[in-house]
Design a protein around this ligand. Structure first.
Ligand SMILES: [Zn+2]
Length: 296
C-alpha cells in the first residue's frame, strides 16, 4: 500500500483547467435555462463568458452580457429564436461590473430595446453598463416561471452577486466558482478573506447545479465548492512554507509554488499571491518590507 504521508504536497486541488476548453455557441441546459457564449475567448475567460437565458416561455431574462463582442447580439437573437421561440428579452441581471460580464449591455440594448439592467452598485465601475437599477442582496426577481434570489458574494469583486434559481435549486455563480480552473482574486479590488466567507456561505445552500460565468455546468456543486476552499487553503499553506526560508517578493513565491501554471499566467498568479499576503497581514501572520514579505 502506498504511504500517503510521504507523498509530496500536490500543487493544486482543482485539477482541471480552462486551457483548450471548447463550449457550444448556444445550448439549452434545462427547462428554464439556456446559455449563449459571449464570443470573448482568452486565457482568463476560457472559451468566453457564459451568458444565460432564463424563463419558461416567451419572457426571457438575460443573466450577464459578455464583453461586447460584435457577433454576440445576432447570436443571442438566433439562440432566442431557436431555443426559446421568441425574439424578445424581458430584462438583464448582472453578476458584477467586470468588463467581460457587463461589457455587452449597451449592444444588447441597441438590438433589443431599452431593457432594465439590475445589479448591485459599484459606482467606479458601473459606467460601462449605462443606466442600471440597483439591486440589494436577498432581493427576489420574478420572471416567467423563474424566481431568482440575489446572494451577495464579495471577494472576487466588491459588487458580486450570485443568483439562486429557486425552481431548480441552481446557482449562477458568475466568477466566484468557475466550471474549470480557479478564479483570480485581484489584489487591488479583491478580498480573499471575504471570498473565503462567500464560498463557505454558498456551501450552506441546497444546490443541485451550478451555472458558472466561465466553463461547463457543474453537477456536483458541494464537491466543487469544497475543492475551491481546499485549493485556497493549500495555496496559503504553500506561501507560509515558502516564507520559512526567509523574505520573498510575490513573484519569487509564484516561481516556487505555481510550478503547474504556465508562465504567461504568472502575473495573474502574483496578483493572487499578493491577495493571500494581504489576508495574512490582516491576520497578523506576515509583514511587508520594501515589497518583500516575511513571517511574523
Ligand atoms: Zn470577474
Amino acid at each position: 500500500m502506498a504511504d500517503l504521508s510521504s507523498k509530496r504536497t500536490p500543487g493544486r486541488v482543482v485539477t482541471d483547467s480552462m486551457i483548450g476548453l471548447k463550449l457550444p455557441d448556444y445550448a439549452r441546459l434545462s427547462a428554464r435555462v439556456a446559455t449563449v457564449l459571449g464570443q470573448n475567448p482568452s486565457p482568463f475567460t476560457g472559451p468566453g463568458t457564459n451568458t444565460y437565458l432564463l424563463g419558461k416561455e416567451r419572457r426571457q431574462m438575460l443573466l450577464d452580457t459578455g464583453q461586447g463582442a460584435a457577433v454576440y447580439p445576432d447570436l443571442l437573437a438566433r439562440a432566442l429564436a431557436e431555443l426559446c421561440d421568441t425574439d424578445e428579452l424581458d430584462r438583464i441581471v448582472l453578476t458584477h461590473a467586470h468588463a467581460d460580464h457587463i461589457g455587452g449591455v449597451r449592444q444588447v440594448r441597441d438590438k433589443f430595446g431599452p431593457l432594465e439592467a439590475l445589479k448591485k452598485p459599484w459606482p467606479e465601475h458601473d459606467e460601462a453598463g449605462g443606466a442600471l437599477t440597483p439591486l440589494d442582496a436577498q432581493s427576489e426577481i420574478a420572471g416567467d416561471g423563474v424566481t431568482l434570489v440575489a446572494i451577495f458574494t464579495p471577494g472576487h469583486a466588491p459588487d458580486h452577486l450570485c443568483y439562486y434559481l429557486k425552481e431548480e435549486r441552481a446557482l449562477f455563480t458568475g466568477d466566484v466558482v468557475l466550471g474549470a480552473g480557479t478564479t483570480v482574486i485581484p489584489e487591488d479590488s479583491g478580498d480573499l478573506g471575504q471570498y473565503m466567507d462567500s464560498l463557505r456561505r454558498l456551501l450552506e445552500l441546497d444546490l443541485e447545479t451550478i451555472y458558472p460565468g466561465h466553463g461547463p455546468v457543474i453537477r456536483e456543486p458541494a464537491k466543487k465548492i469544497r475543492e475551491y476552499i481546499a485549493h485556497r487553503e493549500l495555496r496559503e499553506n504553500q506561501i507560509i512554507s515558502a516564507l520559512k526560508d526567509g523574505p520573498l517578493d510575490a513573484m519569487e513565491i509564484v516561481k516556487q509554488i505555481y510550478t503547474d501554471v504556465p508562465e504567461y499566467l504568472h502575473q495573474a498568479a502574483a496578483s493572487s499571491v499578493r491577495s493571500h499576503l494581504k489576508k495574512l497581514r490582516n491576520e497578523g501572520r506576515v509583514r511587508e518590507h520594501e515589497s518583500r514579505w516575511s513571517l511574523n
